[in-house]
Design a binder for this molecule. Structure first.
Ligand SMILES: Cc1cc2nc3c(=O)[nH]c(=O)nc-3n(C[C@H](O)[C@H](O)[C@H](O)COP(=O)(O)O)c2cc1C
Length: 215
């Protein structure tokens, strides 16, 4: 693997910001967008279960409707692309079966070899109380959100992570409920407008000694 200098990564993380105003005239080239979708697929998740879906909303009329369910935030319609991070509303034996079939196919291993891991996953996931399970499920897509934001920054592509929307309205508009999914977060992705004054604001972060604890 070709490595990237740590200083280049830090430069990208300083360059990125939660974009408020996108340049509506600039679209992400298809090959670059394909890489960002690939980054979503490569995101890690608890036990590798991937209990999520990434809904790339392409229909402008639907995005207009979603803007109304997002306190009118302009990024929803102005960014080149928009992804809704959806969590599964439940995780069942059937989901576990599908995951283990996938491992068998991809790694070409006999199912019996996976029995201990399968037992561990079944024990830890299926025994969870519904409320606890819902919290655990909702956390997973945030990992992919972080991966997307960092990957986009390294590619010189702007993004805004967003939680300012009504999940029940999103679920209804996108038909997520009947798919066993619920919206937990959004990323709008594209290119900053030269008029976005937020781009030049200094980052507000607590000093390292307050948040990075060496014990
Ligand atoms: C989970 C999450 C939800 C957010 N929701 C919104 C949002 O709805 N609208 C918005 O403009 N910014 C939103 N933000 C952006 C944050 O305000 C921003 O990331 C934070 O202030 C740090 O600034 P920076 O990202 O520019 O470094 C959200 C960020 C995160 C991580």
């Amino acid at each position: 693997m070709k490595t990237i200098e740590g200083s280049e990564v830090i430069e990208a993380l300083n360059w990125r910001y939660a974009t408020k105003q996108f340049d509506t005239s600039r679209k992400i080239p298809a090959d670059q967008w394909a890489r960002l979708e690939e980054a979503l697929l490569l995101s890690p998740s608890s036990a590798g279960l991937q209990p999520w879906a990434f809904v790339v909303v392409e229909n402008p009329a639907v995005r207009e409707e979603l803007k109304g369910a997002s306190y009118g935030q302009a990024q929803i319609t102005d960014a080149s692309r928009m992804v809704v991070f959806a969590a599964k509303t439940d995780y069942t034996q059937a989901d576990i079966d599908a995951y283990f079939e996938r491992i068998v196919a991809v790694r070409n291993v006999p199912p019996e070899a996976l029995a201990p891991f399968r037992g561990m996953v079944e024990g830890s996931v299926l025994s969870r109380q519904p409320a606890d399970k819902a919290v655990w499920l909702a956390r997973q897509p945030y990992i992919a959100l972080g991966v997307l934001l960092t990957t986009a920054a390294l590619m010189g592509i702007d993004a805004c992570p967003m939680e300012g929307f009504s999940p029940p309205d999103y679920d209804r508009i996108l038909g997520l409920t009947e798919k066993g999914l619920t919206a937990v977060a959004v990323a709008t992705v594209g290119y900053r407008s030269s008029e976005d004054k937020y781009a030049d604001l200094p980052k507000v972060r607590f000093p390292a000694e307050q948040v990075v604890l060496h014990v």
